[in-house]
Design a protein around this ligand. Structure first.
Ligand code: BEZ
Ligand code: MG
Length: 586
């Protein structure tokens, strides 16, 4: 027994053992989460087909969902039932040791079955599944039939040929736009991508899925802050809502507590309130900042969202149960503005303009005080959309005061992540939007909001804080050898991708103070202070290598990273050497 244990009473020792188990389980949960992410291992090369390994990863993800349109069931569900573990859904919900063990068992079998399918074909995989997990071969063979078709389409890639045909002015067949996991019918690629009918949004499935995510989000916030957020800001993108058939839109409707109503032509043109008894919680006020692409594609949907806010604002409900009404009436009383002004909640760029430019301000280091980033967001996004009481379209009327007042009440910001392939450090757009709006809230509400993201795509939809999401992305991508070695195979471009991940991570420090210091320390150790790695990076792409070092120094200079003086001094020396090398001095 250790001296510490000797000093403890029996119940303290028991408690600490419990606490230890709890921590181990939590750690285990995090490791499994990292392991299970679909990690892109390189860039898409136009015209080239995916390799065996990527193909197996994709097929496993495809197999994890029910596909009633193809008559197939999710493989994890079939395995869980075969093993008599109950439903896979229940296994995912059970956050205890038994649940995690069950999950590991099911997932190991799923992985092996897919590997067997890839190496020996559907019949072998079906036979093995029947023996190993009592999954009836008649069931699994339907799934393997679907996977065979997908695999065949993945093994060829007609993109170059289609491009050549398009350049000759020939007809290109249309095909839906989504990712493969969400809709395998996007294959073959190289077709003329078509979008969605905005009147079909949100789809029934999107609305159903959104309820769970919104509940998780609100319960998490309540658990951590003692009550529901009275107002939230949401980021809505066009392409995401095409891919998910309006999951982000549906989440906004659930927060407000309304459901979409279809007209006789099955078009979503109206909403109706979900009764409070059924909702079981207050209606949350929502400010929607939508991208220029969303505005161009989903005009009818912007009108619907604006209508939803007005509908909720006019319900005769108490302030405790209807934050939209509470906030609008409060604003009218405090400032004397009319209902029409106080009810504006759908904002985008001015007509014909796109983006927030917050990304450019960050990447070019063109800001001194952090307020500048939030102010730029408001300048770019303060154009109101929707219709007034008389039905006249607002058409992007400038309403800077309106947006600033709406943001001043926001307590949480949120964006739905639609894709396995693109996460918060892959592109600069997540921090320009979600970071930008959060920075604007921080100024106008005089407090940093709680910032959430969800990925509703995997089977167990998760809501994570921004900090957790950045950690997960860092572990699975930027600092993961599987990811960066995949990038380095692309030479010059691969180094640029690594640098860009570091800059996008830095963007989350700049806009939301959401990056742990260890992230920068490990980036420095992995890519710069490791001599062999630095040599690889700088011989493949010295410019990106230099930018990466400069970004680390900037993170330190701006106080985002408390690095040791000796490390900073080494980085400075390395920066000078790289600069000399690029300028041809050394
Ligand atoms: C959009 O789909 O709306 C979008 C895409 C890229 C960047 C920003 C927005
Ligand atoms: Mg996207």
């Amino acid at each position: 027994m250790s001296p510490l244990e000797q000093r403890m009473t029996k119940s303290e020792t028991e408690l600490s053992a419990e606490e230890r188990d709890r921590r181990v389980l939590k750690l285990y949960e995090q490791v499994v989460e990292i392991e299970q992410r679909l990690i892109p291992t390189g860039l898409h090369v136009f015209g080239s087909a995916s390799n065996e390994r990527e193909c197996a990863d994709l097929l496993r993800m495809v197999a994890s969902f029910d596909r009633p349109e193809c008559g197939t069931r999710a493989l994890p569900d079939m395995v869980a039932e075969g093993l008599n573990l109950g439903t896979y859904e229940a296994i995912l919900e059970a956050q205890d040791e038994e649940g995690w063990r069950g999950r590991e068992r099911v997932e190991t079998i799923v992985r092996k079955a897919i590997a067997l399918f890839v190496s020996e074909g559907g019949e072998s995989a079906s036979r093995w599944l029947e023996a190993e997990a009592r999954v009836p071969a008649v069931e699994s063979s339907k799934l393997f039939g679907l996977l065979s078709r997908i695999r065949e389409q993945l093994s060829t890639n007609p993109e170059l040929e289609s491009l050549a045909r398009a350049l000759r002015g020939e007809y290109i067949e249309p095909g839906p736009g989504a990712d493969i996991v969400q809709n395998p019918f996007i294959l073959p690629t190289g077709r003329n991508t078509h979008a969605v009918n905005p009147y079909a949004v949100p789809s029934v499935v999107a609305y159903t899925r959104a309820e769970r995510v919104v509940n998780l989000l609100l319960e998490r916030h309540r658990g951590e802050h003692g009550r529901y957020p009275r107002a939230m800001a949401l980021v809505l993108w066009g392409l995401d809502n095409i891919k998910t058939q309006g999951e982000g839109v549906a989440q906004a409707l659930w927060l407000l507590g309304v459901r979409p109503v279809r007209d006789s032509m099955n078009r979503v043109t109206e909403v109706e309130p979900v009764p409070l008894e059924k909702l079981g919680r207050p209606r949350i006020d929502v400010v929607m900042t939508v991208s220029g692409i969303f505005r161009d594609l989903f005009g009818a949907t912007m009108t619907l969202l604006d209508k939803a806010v007005r509908c909720v604002a006019e319900l005769e409900e108490s302030d405790e149960w209807n934050y939209v009404r509470r906030n609008i009436r409060g604003e009218m009383a405090a400032t004397g503005v009319e209902f029409e002004e106080a009810a504006l909640r759908v904002y985008s760029n001015a007509p014909g303009s796109y983006g927030t430019n917050v990304n450019f301000m960050v990447m070019d280091s063109q800001w001194e005080h952090a307020d500048a980033l939030g102010d730029l967001f408001v300048t770019r996004k303060c154009f109101a959309y929707g219709r007034d009481r008389e039905g006249r379209a607002l058409e992007g009327r400038e309403a800077r005061e309106g947006l600033s007042r709406a943001l001043s009440r926001v307590e949480a910001t949120y964006q739905n992540i639609d894709s396995f392939e693109i996460g918060v450090t892959d592109v600069d757009h997540y921090f320009e939007y979600l970071g930008g709006v959060s920075k604007a809230v921080e100024k106008h509400a005089s407090a940093r909001p709680a910032i959430y993201l969800s990925d509703a795509l995997s089977r167990d939809a998760r809501v994570r804080s921004l900090e957790e999401t950045v950690r997960l992305e860092t572990r699975t991508k930027t600092l993961n050898p599987k990811w960066y070695e995949g990038m380095l195979k692309h030479g010059f471009r691969g180094v640029a991708e690594i640098e860009s991940h570091v800059t996008n991570t830095f963007g989350w420090s700049a806009t939301a103070d959401a990056v742990d210091h260890w992230v920068y320390t490990e980036v420095a150790e992995t890519f710069v202070l490791d001599e062999r790695m630095l040599e690889r990076l700088s011989s493949l792409n010295p410019h990106s290598a230099r930018s990466l070092v400069a970004r680390l120094l900037e993170a330190e200079g701006r106080g985002f990273w408390a690095a040791e003086a000796e490390m900073v001094s080494r980085l400075r020396d390395i920066f000078s050497t790289l600069e000399d090398r690029i300028e041809g001095v050394a």
